[in-house]
Structures are given as structure tokens and as C-alpha cells.
Design a protein around this ligand. Sequence first.
Ligand code: G3H
Ligand code: 13P
Ligand code: ZN
Length: 369
Amino acid sequence: MITSLKPLLKAAQENNFAYGAFNVNSVSQIEAALRIHEIFNSPMILQGAELANAFMSGKNDFKNASFEEKVKGMKIMADAFYKITEKSKIPSVLHLDHGSSFEICKAAIDAGYTSVMIDGSSKPFEENIEITKKVVDYANKHNVSVEGELGVLAGVEDQVFSKTSTYTNPLDAVRFVKETGVDTLAISYGTSHGANKGNNVVLRKEIAIAVNECLHHEGLDCALVSHGSSNVDPYMVKQINDLGGDIKNAGGIPIPQLQQVIKSGIRKINVDTDIRLAIARNTRELLERNESLLDDKYVKMIDQRLKENPKDFDPRYFMQDIIDTMITGDIPTDSLQEVIDSMKDAVMEVCGRMIVAFGSNEKYKLLDI
Ligand code: G3H
Ligand code: 13P
Ligand code: ZN
């Protein structure tokens, strides 16, 4: 069952829980994510950022994709998502993560995305309001929900690098939500994207509290979103490094801190890095324990990529030679099937852990759809 984010937000606001929103980059990741949401009876939010859509267009060099290639990939992503989720009992949302322009958000809506983010956070405040409002106006006509962002996260945000984080100003948040009409607002309060969030991160949870309270005082019904929220489990990082990886200065957001901010109106918690790490760990482990798999030409290429660049843990890098399988779900050999199965296990492990931690398990029947 496919829906916008709106009914999911209503259920979460009324019952005080949050959803993990999981980034996916292949057909089998969508399948695995749905399976684990079905097992836990949780509504599902999957998301693709512009680069994920670029990869889904079949372009190995996805970081240099054109607008047209991203749009092509959006259609492939949306078609796969509909095919896989449509008949499930689970209400499922396909969300565009970090849309950078009105045109890309419009293309996502036209391709079938049921929710979009317009990330104007690096623009001047007035410009951010203007572009976000334009997206909301278009999205409203198509029953699509919209996420805006105010404040800048530290770290790498869709190729935009900001060295310092500018936390969200709660008073600006009120004006932003009033003038744009967004359904959700991503705030900056100490999280950051990627695997290097710092040692012992302490979230500025008072920012989430203040934004939430200010919005309520003004009668504004807008849920908050936490980007850059991966846990970056040190034991998982150690396993990757013990298996030949080279991930340095890893650090993430402890889950208890995220559970704290759910009480302050955070309803959507974005997780991408943890899924990438789990896939890298599972793939490395599988190949180390089953050398005979390397007789398969596809698996061999994955192994070579892992060895060639031990710092990279993005499956779009080490699985680029099987991009056809990633975007179609067609798996040519039994050995490659084992690799894909271990990737699915990784997606299920991370999503399952977050579904339970954030409390969306068993909530699928609360939705008014
Ligand atoms: O917030 C960014 C997400 O982790 C998406 O990453 O742009 O590499 O697909 P990506
Ligand atoms: P992580 O890098 O912490 O997984 O954050 C993902 C994210 O914010 C996607 O929008
Ligand atoms: Zn993000």
C-alpha cells in the first residue's frame, strides 16, 4: 500500500514514536526493507537522494550524472518501489532525500515519489522559504508531502561540504513553517552525515525541544526530522577493518540519544551510513569465509573493488560492476545470489534494529488511510 508521509506523521504525533527513514540504492534493498517492515508490522519510509537516483539510472559514474540521468533513475526507482510494495499490507512511502531544486522535486513527484525533501538549507533564509513554498504548492496538487530544512549540518551533504554546523533557530523555524506549509522540518542540532560524526557526540536536544514547543505555541502541525542519525556501531566498524577495510575516526549517534529526542517531536530519523556499513561488513565476511565464490566472475569483480579501495564502504562503489543486477533485481548466477542475499540480510539487520528502537513496530494499523 503506497501513501504520502502525512498519515504516518499523524499516527506518530498522536502516539509519540518515530520512523527510521532508510536510504536505498537497489531493487534487492527495497525488497529486504519491505520484508523486515512486514515482519515488525511497521509502516515504511524508503528514500533515495539524487545520487541514488543517478545510480538507479544504470550509471556507474553516478556522481557525475546529468539532470536527465537522475530523472531516468527516479522512474526506475519509483517503478521498482511500486512493483514491490503495492500489494503489501504495509503502508509505504517513497521519499526524495535532499532534493536540490524545484525541478528535481517536480520530476520526483511526476515519477511517482509520494514525498519529497527540498533542501534549501544552504541558501539564504528568504530564498529557502521561496523555493520550499514553490515545491509545497506543486506537491499539494499531487497529495505529496514535503520536507524542508533549516540550519546546516556539519559534514558532507549531497556533495555540499560545510565545516561547521549552524544549528536551527527555533524562531526562524516558526516563520519558515508558517510561510511554506511544509509537513516536516529537518533541523540541525548536532547530527551530521557519514561515518565520522565525531567522538562522543552529544546532541543539542534543547534545540529540538525549543523548535517543537515554538511550533506548538503557534498551532503549527509540523513533525521534525533528524538527518545524519546513523549509529555507526564501533563493533561493526572494527569487523570491517578486521576484514580488510580501512575506516578511520568512525563515530555515530548513540541510539538512546535519538530515543530522547523522539519525545521532542522528532518523527523521522534518517539512516543511510549504517546500511552501507552493514552491507560492506556482510559482503567482506561472506567472501572471506567462502573463497570458492570468487570463481564467479561477478563476485570476483566485487572482491577486487573491495580490495582496491578499503576506505570505501558504499555498495554503489564496490557493486558497480553488477549495476544491472542492482537496478533490475535480476541475478545471473547462484554465487551472486549469495552476495545479494547477504546484502539483504544487512538491510534487514539495520532496519529491524531501528524500527524497534524508534517504536514504529506494530503501528501499521494506526494509520488513517
Ligand atoms: O544525506 C545523504 C544521504 O546519505 C544520501 O547519500 O547522496 O550519497 O546518496 P548520497
Ligand atoms: P547518515 O549518514 O547518518 O546515515 O544520515 C543519512 C541521512 O541523513 C540521509 O538523508
Ligand atoms: Zn540527510
